[in-house]
Ligand binder design. Sequence first.
Ligand code: C2O
Ligand code: CU
Length: 485
Amino acid sequence: MINRRAMLFSTAALVGAAGTRWALADAPPTFDAATAVIAPDASSGQFTFEIAERMTSLPCFGGKSLPLWTFAPGQAFPIVRLKYGQPFKATVRNALTRPGEDVTIHWHGLRIPNREDGVPYLTQAPISPGQIGAYSFTPPETGTFFFHTHCNSVEHFGRGLFGAMIVEGDETEPSDADLVLMMKDWRLDPDNQFLPFTSLEAAAKAGSYGTVRAINGVTKPVYQVPGSANMRVRFLNVDPSRISEIGVEGADAAIIAVDGNGCDPIPLGTWRMGPASRIDIVMRSPKSGSTARLMDYFSREPIVLAEFTSSGTARRTDTFTPVPLIRMPYKIADRSNAERIPFAFSSTATGQAIADLGTLMGNIPIGKLCLSKKSLWAINKQSWASTDHSDSGPALAALQLGKSYIFELHNQTPHSHPIHIHGHTFEVMGSSLRTAPPHRADTVLLRPKERLEVAIVADNPGKWMFHCHILEHQESGMMGYLSVS
Ligand code: C2O
Ligand code: CU
């Protein structure tokens, strides 16, 4: 049971155990009420999620309560914190009341066994309203991950149904603070009621953007942080559609992990990231009394996403030198013997409707089989909309277990597409448009018309989804799967 007491206990334990570490829990309740570390049951060690509609008043809702879909009472978008090597066990009860509103939970970025991957029909039977499901795995790597459902995701994300999963144990030198910042905007009308989560026009272009910008459910939160400290900021773009270009003003900062994967520290100028991408930043907070800002430059005017205000005696006096995280023992692709596979991301020639849009767009469920609404997008000319999760058709590619591959990703559209692979991570190679410092990622942002190469070792057997993470693109065809055997 996730109860209030367990939650408070866990928060207290986190701060207590961490000693001088500042956690999100230290921040004033005006902005941290929305997120909390979720604790397992003390005796069983088991996490419990009960997915239900709950009227929730986030600070960015202007005093209104909205029907969010959440994993536990009393908290939106929870944070699960595990230690490296710690097994994770969860039961999931689907307490949604809308008929046919099935769920499964996908643990995004975690290279776990296929049966735990949480894709309806492809890896498990969906959990229907009233039913209970279970997940059990030990995260094989440290890092910053997240979890979400994998059917009708546009609406589920729109209603806030996601959470962060942090696997700790990668720091060679402990940081002085550890903040989890989840960027997700909300589609609200001027009365602060939900706008439709999608429209055909938006799904055919860049997706539906939120009208109210927020981090952890707060517009421009202000975090109190220790002065001159090394802060670890885990930034997650969990928006259904927004692309952001992240930077920091008023402090030195470096990226130390991309999608949870430790990399050689990359001095943070700006970093463009699409939906589902995460970066871990280490940042030297300004001296006591000063403020630093987390910025999004991917808009006409730069946007301040969050502020960090320093107080207290300086934690550090040395010059800022970001220290790399402990690297996980990934298999490295054998690029010289890798087989090349081209993947073309395009719009469908016809945009042919497969169902009556009048009845299927908007808030009406997309159906038992996670059937897409319309075929707008395709990968290698195959559109997921032509089929569904229960009859997924042939794989986009059949990969041989243990073999190395180079994927030639080619964006043939004038829109950006964050391309995500389940169960594996990419080694990001060269691009036709830009140079990228070496890093691994489970989601790569393909810019308009860009050609990008990634290498992978197909080391995890099963059927793995491969799709755009602009959820409206995913649900209207830019999705397929790869088989590894
Ligand atoms: Cu977050 Cu199939 O993905
Ligand atoms: Cu896309």
